[in-house]
Design a protein around this ligand. Structure first.
Ligand SMILES: NC(=O)c1ccc[n+]([C@@H]2O[C@H](COP(=O)([O-])OP(=O)(O)OC[C@H]3O[C@@H](n4cnc5c(N)ncnc54)[C@H](O)[C@@H]3O)[C@@H](O)[C@H]2O)c1
Length: 443
């Protein structure tokens, strides 16, 4: 497994869990040192336990030596990062670099599998690169096996996936990959390599589009006084639509959707197709987090010399991943406006501290609320649903809560005396205009 990040580490650990012998390679010495010292460099529920078990059984090991990894493996996965380029396309330089290394060190038939999310036709580039370096032209075969796991439920997603997609060019490669996954019960979709690459981008972009769609509906709900949660429920019970990814809020973030949508638009453009549908998806998403910032600003009147508390920092619950997290844009806007920012997140504060040392990190939501002029709910961690709201209210300077994740019932919040606004729900702001709840300052 080349690349021992969120995907490589989880996938490697799960392959070990189903009985394979796994070598995880990473060029990041500190990551490998942490793993070799028995640590886990990322937060993923349950990963530490499964990893400990497989370390003990000697089914998994960690190294920075790619030569050792390649020479001792039948199947080599590329699970390195594919970040966005400034033009929105995927930066494939990490994929290219490890392709070259594999070509250098493979000394027997090796199946080289794209696990990283890559644009369609990357497999052809990988093959071309191999062909200029390889000594024997058919020593390394290329395949695609995109990953669909979701941070926060990675282990479950690997061990009980909806489907496994295998893009191959030979029966030999198909047989090897089928054997590799033989212990996993799931439909296997076997395709050519290009279709497999496309399945990944098409799936992520579709889910991102669903999120933007419901966020667009939320905007309309706010304008006409309807409730987007009810609309989503009514839509989602239709089996053709489904309820998942129909939660209005701050919009999607994370390491996958934003970059995958823009890379998909770019590869379509390169091939002569203007993917307007996805351009709109991106546009709606980019606006969404700023709508929340604006709601907070309207409630506070100005940001200057205020104290604002953020509940949640990671881009979604059950992960410490902060890549493209809406919290960062929100903190930027607040700091630029002269606001003091306090924050609490169950697992991602240590990571955030390195990027935003100016923020005051608190040990609980109640400490965040203490002296805050406004609270902003950024991530839908379960523990926030169970907050003692009376305690929150009495700790705050004002009664302003802006909920970017629709965690609470607006009517109940307003009845409790909060100035409460969320996303696309009738009680905010239309009902509040009818029966205004004053923004009360206790200072
Ligand atoms: N994070 C997710 O939930 C998720 C889900 C599905 C697919 N993916 C895709 O999987 C790929 C990896 O994502 P991630 O989140 O694990 O990234 P990551 O940044 O967490 O990990 C990538 C790792 O690869 C290592 N690396 C880079 N170049 C290397 C090289 N030449 N040799 C050895 N190691 C090298 C880096 O040091 C890093 O540790 C991306 O293409 C991503 O789009 C991610």
């Amino acid at each position: 497994m080349i690349g021992t990040g969120y995907v490589g580490l989880v996938t490697g650990t799960c392959f070990a869990e189903i009985g394979h012998s796994v070598i995880c390679v990473d060029k990041d010495q500190s990551k490998i040192d942490t793993l070799n010292a028995g640590g886990v460099p990322i937060y993923e529920p349950g990963l530490d336990v499964v990893l400990r078990k497989n370390r003990k059984a000697k089914r998994i090991r960690f190294t920075t030596d790619i030569e050792e990894g390649v020479k001792n493996s039948d199947i080599v996965f590329i699970a390195v990062n594919t970040p966005p380029l400034p033009d929105g396309g995927a930066d494939l330089s990490f994929v290219e670099a490890c392709t070259r290394e594999v070509a250098r060190y493979a000394n027997k038939y090796t199946l080289l599998v794209e696990k990283s999310t890559v644009p369609v036709q990357t497999g052809e580039r990988v093959k071309k690169t191999l062909s200029v370096i390889q000594k024997s032209w058919d020593l390394i075969e290329v395949a695609s096996n995109p990953e669909f796991l979701r941070e926060g439920s990675d282990l479950q997603d690997f061990l009980k996936p909806d489907r496994i997609v295998i893009g191959v060019q030979s029966k030999r490669a198909e047989k090897l990959l089928r054997e590799l996954y033989s212990k996993i019960k799931a439909p296997i979709v076997v395709t050519d390599i290009k279709s497999a690459e496309l399945i990944k981008h098409a799936s992520n972009s579709f889910l991102a589009m669903k999120i933007s769609y419901i966020n667009a509906i939320a905007q309309l709900c706010e304008r006409v006084g309807a409730d987007v949660v009810k609309v989503a429920e009514g839509m989602g019970l239709d089996a053709r639509i489904g309820r998942s990814f129909l939660s209005a809020g701050i919009g999607y973030g994370g390491s996958c959707f934003p970059k995958d949508v823009s890379a998909f638009i770019k590869i379509a453009e390169k091939n002569g197709y203007d993917f307007k549908l996805l351009k709109n998806t991106e546009e709606i998403n980019n606006v969404q987090r700023h709508i929340i910032i604006k709601k907070l600003e309207d409630a506070l009147w100005t940001f200057k010399d205020k104290t604002v508390g953020l509940l949640g920092l990671s881009f979604k619950p059950n992960t410490d991943d902060l890549r493209n997290a809406p919290a960062k844009d929100i903190i930027d806007a607040l700091l630029a406006g002269g606001t003091k920012v306090k924050a609490y997140d169950p697992v991602s504060m240590e990571r955030m501290k390195t990027m935003y040392p100016q923020v005051e990190y608190c040990s609980s939501p109640y400490e965040v609320a203490k002296g805050a002029d406004g609270l902003l709910i950024v991530t839908e961690w379960d523990e926030f649903r169970k907050l003692n709201l009376k305690k929150i209210k009495s700790a705050m300077n004002t009664n302003i809560i802006i909920d970017g994740r629709n965690l609470f019932d607006p009517k109940k919040m307003i009845d409790m005396g909060f100035h409460y606004q969320c996303v696309g729900r009738a009680a905010s702001p239309t009902e509040q205009e009818g029966s205004p709840t004053p923004v009360v300052s206790r200072v």
